[in-house]
Write a protein that binds this ligand. Sequence first.
Ligand code: SIN
Ligand code: CO
Length: 377
Amino acid sequence: MKPHPLLGGLTPEEFLRDYWQKKPLLIRGAMKDVGPEIDRDWLFRLATRDDVESRLIEFRDPQWHLENGPFRPSRFKRLPESDWTVLVQTVNHHVPHIDRILWQFDFIPFARLDDLMISYAPPGGTVGPHFDSYDVFLLQVGGKKRWQISSQEDTRLVEGSPLKILQTFEAEQTFDLEPGDMLYLPPRYAHYGVAQEPGMTYSIGFRAPTAQEMASQFLVYLQDRVCVDGMYADPDLSYSTEPARIRDTMVKQVAGMLGKITWNDETVADFLGHYLTEPKAHVFYDPPEQALEFDEFVAQLATDALVLDPRSQILYTNDMLYCNGEVLDDEEQDVGYWQQFANVRRLEPSGFSETMLDVLYEGYLSGYWLFVPAVAQ
Ligand code: SIN
Ligand code: CO
């Protein structure tokens, strides 16, 4: 196996074996070309939108201040020269080249990838010493940020603060991140980044739902699918002087009925396919403005490639294919094409079946994917 370009000299196997969910890794010069620069004012404009999650964090001695977006544009004109950070979540949905950065982390299953958040900070800007409950890669883009990190087990938080700030932080290692440098941190690893020179941090975050969240979502999934035969019946009912009592015989009979609700690995796989591809709240797809007719679509598909819209996700199990919370119909002969589309998020022209052409057309009309020029053969 070759070293992965994002992992310095490490192969994905080495990274997964020695670092993933285990210990931090500093990768100097991990990404030399991050694509076109994101303009600071453009980022601030994104933070004014109500379909974008954003925060402004300021430290004004002795207190931390948190404001949640959407912001008025004038809010950014009233900021001091230092000591604040603007953070904008899921920028990958809005900028194709930022989206491409996220999917370069393909040594981790896409089911675990969450989003790419961008923060901008002038000197002194920081969100304070804290830990996150998920893995994160922190990529420095422009400027310079000093990261102090600690394996401390003391996770007590400052009380009464709007932010999760560690009461005590004992730095064990310090790194100055310059453009292109990246720091990987496992979940719950304490960190404290302070901007030294104005710049951005791209945070590639992972999703790790709690067992409680999965369980509740699974019950929602089951609710729509559960099908149990029979009806409550009590031909042997005996007389009682306590008509208000819920009798044990009733409890037993209902317990027997509920015991018929069962699931297996196949059910769980199907649940995961739906749940993991379900678009986040606020996500809407943009259908093409002037949609092609089916025949025109098929003709274009003979020469052009399709790419997944940044907001689209295709995942698959052994038997099924899921896209944006729905099952996609597929024929045996197309499975390889669909899996390729899911894995590289791009589909080159090929001999697709009628079924696949229909499904591709439906997805095109819904804005799930769009045409781009094909790679020259
Ligand atoms: C930052 O971008 O400065 C904060 C990101 C983090 O600590 O998770
Ligand atoms: Co953090």
